[in-house]
Design a protein around this ligand. Structure first.
Ligand code: G1P
Length: 292
């Protein structure tokens, strides 16, 4: 039903300079895996096999990553290192990857509109790879495992989409002093068990005194295709950029946006602190896996 996932990946990644001078920020690894690969794995887990990636200048490494390297295959075949390629090989076999370039960086809304050529007129998912999400087992505590959902965040959102058939945004509560980093929503709780809200207002990166709540949008969306027409008519907003938050507000005014408080963890890998936190978390999980 949701067949395609869009990955806006044209941004400069200035917060990680100089690392991102010649390397796409989406290719920065948490342990041995680039950020965007985690995103593709999350989409695949949600049953999506068509990956649509909006790139820009200097992003060719992303295309090479999701392709076969014959030279490497030749070198590694039959050696003890070969299993290290298993995961990426499986992705390449199961998914198709298509790309389009954003020529000018005019904001996330503009990047999503640039992806229209790859998406067409069907509902689709969006993953911002620098929000790294995880909802797999991270503990050997049996009681906790029994109560935790193991579905990925996008997979959980698709379940919500099936029920409401409108745009869905993932949210989490953030400290009030951090609202200026996020799109922030206000909404009416519609299902306390499912943690869903009907969105009534959305503001892009408000100062705490202007923020309607502390419920921040994180980088997972399901969008209905009418969003493209809305984006075409959306004027530049915060920071002079075309904002997806502003376009979604148009849908929200018609009651067509649901916010979902997801189960799982999310790391802001667009910041050094979040990146280090994610690295420690995944390293801890890996060590735990080895000792079980
Ligand atoms: C973008 C969106 C913002 C959202 C955030 C999630 O901002 O514009 O609404 O809360 O992603 O990560 P960015 O982080 O790209 O500045």
């Amino acid at each position: 039903m949701i067949r395609k996932c869009l990955f806006p990946a044209a941004g400069y990644g200035t917060r990680f300079l100089p690392a991102t001078k010649a390397t796409p920020k989406e290719m920065l690894p948490v342990l041995t895996k680039p950020l965007i690969q985690y995103g593709v794995e999350e989409a695949l887990e949600a049953g999506i096999t068509t990956m649509a990636i909006v790139t820009g200048r200097g992003k060719r490494a992303i295309e090479d990553h999701f392709d076969i390297s014959y030279e490497l295959e030749h070198q590694i075949k039959g050696t003890s290192k070969e299993p290290l390629l298993d995961e990426i090989r499986a992705l390449i076999t199961q998914c198709t990857f298509s790309y389009t370039r954003q020529i000018e960086m005019k904001g996330l809304g503009h990047a999503i509109l640039t992806g229209e050529t790859l998406i067409g007129s069907e509902p689709f998912a969006v993953i911002l790879a620098d929000d790294l999400c995880d909802n797999s087992h991270s503990t050997i505590n049996a009681t906790e495992n029994a109560t935790r959902s193991e579905k990925g965040i996008l997979s959980q959102m698709i379940d919500i989409y099936k029920k409401y058939r409108c745009s869905i945004v993932a949210i989490e509560e953030v400290p009030m002093e951090e609202t200026h980093k996020y799109g922030v929503i206000a909404g009416k709780l519609i299902d306390g068990t499912a943690n869903t809200y009907r969105v009534t207002d959305m503001v892009e990166k408000p100062n705490p005194e202007d923020a309607p709540t502390n419920m921040a949008i994180i980088g997972r969306y399901i969008l209905t295709p009418d969003i493209f027409d809305i984006l075409r008519n959306t004027q530049p907003g915060k920071g002079g950029e075309i904002q997806i938050t502003d376009a979604l507000l148009q849908q929200a005014k018609e009651g067509r946006v649901i916010a979902y408080r997801f189960k799982g963890r999310r790391f802001d890998c667009g910041s050094v602190d979040g990146f280090v936190e994610a690295t420690n978390y995944f390293y801890g999980k890996r060590q735990e896996g080895k000792t079980q």
